[in-house]
Design a protein around this ligand. Structure first.
Ligand code: FPP
Ligand code: MG
Length: 333
C-alpha cells in the first residue's frame, strides 16, 4: 500500500488538514519559522492525520472540525518527538538530524511547547468532547514516557509493563486522532467504540514494529539501530527471546544490560564495552527468535484491528483502514 495514494483519495480533506496545520504554525519570528520549516520539510508519513480523516470519512461527512482534529494529531505527535529526542538524546530521525541535533536541546523542547500550544489553540474551537480526547492522550503520553524512564533504571520490565508503556506512549495518540475524527462527524457511541478499538490495536502493532526495527540494523529506517538497548529499553523482541531462554540466561542478559550507563546521566556517549553488550543482546535476540515472535504478536494485533471495524458500514475509507492495518505490520520505515 502507498500511503500517498490514500492522501490523494482524501482529496479536499487532506488539503483542508494541511492548510489548518500550516496556518496554525505561521509565526513572524525568524528563528521560530526556521525550526517550523525544518520540521515541515522533514515531515514523516503523517499517519495520524490520515487515520483521523479516514475515521471521519468512515463515520460520516468530514468537515472543518475534522480537519482541525487531524492537524492537532500531527502537531501533538511532532511536539512529543521534539521532547522525546531530548529525553532519548536522539540525533537522527527520518534519515535527517533532529531539531535537537541542529538547533540544540532547549530549542527542541521549546519548539515542542510551541507546537503543543498551537494545537491547544485549535482545540478551543473543537468542543469539549474532542478536547477531552487530547487531554487524555497528552496525560497518557507523558505517563508512558515516565514509566519507561523508571523501567530504564530498574531494568525489571516484564511483558505487562511493556504493553502498558506502548499503550500510553503510542496507542493513546492513535486513539485520540481517530476518536476525535469520529466525534467530529457525530458518530454514534457504538461506532466510536469500534474506532477506538481499531486505533488501540493499530497503535500497539505500530509500536511493536518500531521496536523490531531496533533489532534489524540492515533496514533503512532513518533511525539508529541498537538505540533501545543503549537507552536501557527492554522491548518486545528481547522479552520474547527471554521467554524462550532459560531463567538463568534471561537473568544473565538483564545483568549485562545493567552495565550500560543510563544515557541521561552520561550525555549519550557510548563506550567500547557498552557496544559489546549491545552486540551480545542482539545475538541473544537472534538466537531465541525474538524478532519473529514479536512479528507474530504484532500481526495478531493488526488482525484484531481489522476485526474491530466490523460494525462500520462498508465504504472505501473502511477498506483503507483495513489495508493500513496490514501496512503497519509490514512497514519498513
Ligand atoms: C517515541 O518513542 C516517543 C513517543 C511515542 C512518545 C513521546 C512522548 C513524550 C516525550 C511525552 C509527552 C510530550 C508532550 C509534548 C505531550 P521511541 O523513543 O520509542 O521511538 P523513536 O525511536 O521514534 O524515538
Ligand atoms: Mg526516542
Amino acid at each position: 500500500m502507498d500511503i500517498n495514494n490514500v492522501k490523494k483519495e482524501l482529496g479536499a480533506d487532506w488539503s483542508g488538514y494541511h492548510e489548518t496545520l500550516i496556518s496554525a504554525l505561521c509565526n513572524s519570528n525568524e528563528f521560530v519559522s526556521k525550526i517550523n520549516n525544518y520540521l515541515i520539510e522533514n515531515a514523516g508519513k503523517q499517519l495520524r492525520p490520515v487515520l483521523s480523516l479516514l475515521s471521519a470519512r468512515a463515520c460520516g461527512e468530514p468537515n472543518a472540525t475534522s480537519h482541525c482534529c487531524a492537524a492537532v494529531s500531527e502537531m501533538i505527535h511532532t511536539a512529543t518527538l521534539l521532547h522525546d529526542d531530548v529525553a532519548d538524546d536522539g540525533n537522527l530521525r527520518r534519515g535527517v538530524p533532529t531539531v535537537k541535533a541542529v538547533f540544540g536541546q532547549a530549542a527542541s523542547i521549546l519548539a515542542g511547547d510551541y507546537w503543543l500550544a498551537q494545537a491547544l489553540d485549535i482545540l478551543t474551537q473543537c468542543g469539549k468532547d474532542v478536547l477531552a480526547c487530547y487531554t487524555h492522550a497528552v496525560k497518557e503520553l507523558s505517563i508512558g514516557e515516565l514509566i519507561q524512564m523508571e523501567k530504564a533504571e530498574s531494568l525489571d520490565t516484564e511483558k505487562d509493563d511493556y504493553y502498558s508503556i506502548i499503550a500510553k506512549k503510542t496507542a493513546s495518540l492513535f486513539v485520540a486522532a481517530m476518536k476525535s475524527g469520529a466525534i467530529s462527524v457525530g458518530a454514534s457511541p457504538e461506532t466510536i467504540g469500534a474506532i477506538e478499538k481499531y486505533a488501540y490495536e493499530l497503535g500497539v502493532a505500530f509500536q511493536i514494529r518500531d521496536d523490531i526495527f531496533d533489532y534489524k540494523p540492515s533496514m533503512d529506517t532513518g533511525k539508529v539501530a541498537g538505540a533501545d538497548i543503549k537507552e536501557r529499553k527492554i522491548t518486545l523482541p528481547l522479552l520474547c527471546a527471554m521467554e524462550s531462554s532459560s531463567e538463568d540466561q534471561a537473568k544473565e542478559i538483564r545483568e549485562k544490560i545493567a552495565h550500560i550507563e543510563n544515557t541521561l546521566t552520561k550525555g549519550g556517549k557510548i563506550s567500547g564495552a557498552e557496544m559489546e553488550i549491545i552486540g551480545q543482546v542482539n545475538d541473544f535476540v537472534q538466537r531465541f527468535n525474538g524478532v519473529a515472535k514479536s512479528q507474530a504478536i504484532l500481526e495478531e494485533h493488526s488482525r484484531m484491528a481489522v476485526q474491530a471495524l466490523a460494525p462500520l458500514p462498508q465504504c472505501w475509507a473502511k477498506e483503507r483502514l483495513a489495508e493500513l492495518a496490514e501496512y503497519v505490520g509490514k512497514r519498513e520505515k
